[in-house]
Design a protein around this ligand. Structure first.
Ligand code: KG4
Ligand code: ZN
Length: 350
């Protein structure tokens, strides 16, 4: 069998992503194009993603981004074997733009369409950089919209959620804490940078859901965020200077500590020797540093894709589409619908 080109379209949040992946006859993946148009700056002044603004931006960016991806890959769209698109989870209006565009391309080009799960796509991103996943691995997905621990026993067929956040997502906590420290949105990068100048042990912020009776694999970040807010308020009320770098470093330490401890524990409990970390927060220097240290101590292999593959992008959707094509999955129906609350176990829609 010859090479097959898979076009991937992502529009679940504020990034319009289009990727093109080559699926070799042996199942190997090669990334040919990864184009992203982000509307993050349009949301900055609101401190979070505004769904209507995101949908409008997707609408404007979609066709030019597809065109740029084809140029980057040096292909004609008619060379594409099939089209994969994020069908959920995500913002309803934003998903609708990507799925409508993918249907239009699939119909116009006469190509099969695969509606896929965004979360599974994040895990698939790792295979573009590190090659095939072992039979079983644990994936920690941490971004502005999700914080999940997954047991992955097949990218094309079996992903099980073993834990998730009961309140804020990890990236959401970063964004909210950044806001209260007067740092720009999105809050991850400025907190990460500020934390490098601070002491992560300076303030003992709480580690959510780590008591003996708490859920082993679920997360909670809302109490941590409130605790940071109260700590800063107390200092300000007392007329004392707020040691911003120490606050950032101690907050970051609390997040990285809980995420890595629970992910390592999941690997140990489930007898898994590979961990994948993905999502925007995977770009965090302390999270990846602590994960590397703890995984090495526990004899677990760690895969953290480069930041560009961790944040939302179309390449990860093309990669997941390629895994489905390689596994012989039937295409989705042309009338497939978007599913904003799609559970992670549903890898393909319709
Ligand atoms: O995956 P992503 O681009 O979009 C989704 O939310 O799906 O993730 C964005 C999130 C934001 O909350 C941002 O603050 C966070 O990832 N982030 C980081 C870092 N870079 C981005 N959080 C911590 N440290 C970073 N270096
Ligand atoms: Zn995402």
């Amino acid at each position: 069998m010859t090479d097959r080109l898979i076009l991937g379209i992502e529009s679940s949040c504020d990034e319009t992503g289009v990727g093109i992946v080559r699926l070799g006859p042996d199942g190997a993946l090669e990334l040919l194009a990864d184009e992203v148009a982000s509307s993050v700056e349009e949301h900055a002044r609101f401190g979070g993603v505004v769904p209507e603004v995101a949908s409008r931006a997707h609408l404007e960016a979609m066709v030019p981004t597809v065109r740029r991806a084809a140029e980057q890959a040096g292909i004609e769209l008619s060379d594409v074997h099939s089209i994969a698109v994020t069908a959920g989870p995500g913002l309803a209006g934003a998903l609708l733009v990507g799925v409508s565009a993918a249907k239009a391309y699939a119909a116009a080009l006469g190509k099969p369409l695969y509606g896929v799960n965004h979360l599974a796509g994040h895990v698939a991103a790792s295979t573009l950089q590190h090659g095939p996943l072992p039979e079983r691995c644990v994936a920690l997905l941490v971004s502005g919209g999700h914080s999940q621990l997954l047991l992955v026993e097949g990218l094309a067929d079996k992903i099980t959620e073993i834990g998730s956040t009961v309140d804020d997502a990890a990236g959401e906590a970063y964004d909210k804490v950044a806001r209260l420290l007067d740092l720009p949105y999105p809050g991850g990068p400025p907190i990460d940078a500020l934390a490098k100048r601070g002491n992560g042990c300076a303030i003992a912020f709480p580690r959510g859901l780590t008591g003996p009776r708490d859920s082993k694999y679920d997360f909670s970040f809302s109490g941590l965020k409130t605790s940071v807010a109260r700590w800063v308020e107390r200092r300000e009320r007392a007329g004392e200077e707020v040691p911003l770098a120490d606050v950032a470093a101690s907050f970051q330490e609390a997040v990285a500590d809980v995420l890595t401890a629970k992910a390592v524990r999941a690997c140990q409990d489930l007898g898994v020797d590979t961990m994948v970390i993905s999502g925007g927060v995977a770009a965090n220097s302390r999270l990846s540093g602590l994960a590397a240290q703890r995984c090495a101590e526990a004899g677990i292999g760690l895969r953290v894709p480069k930041p560009r593959l961790c944040t939302d992008n179309g390449a990860m959707i093309a990669a997941l589409g390629a895994h489905l094509v390689a596994a012989g999955a039937e295409p989705s129906r042309m009338d497939l619908s978007t599913t904003p609350g799609l559970p992670v176990g549903t890898i393909q829609v319709g």
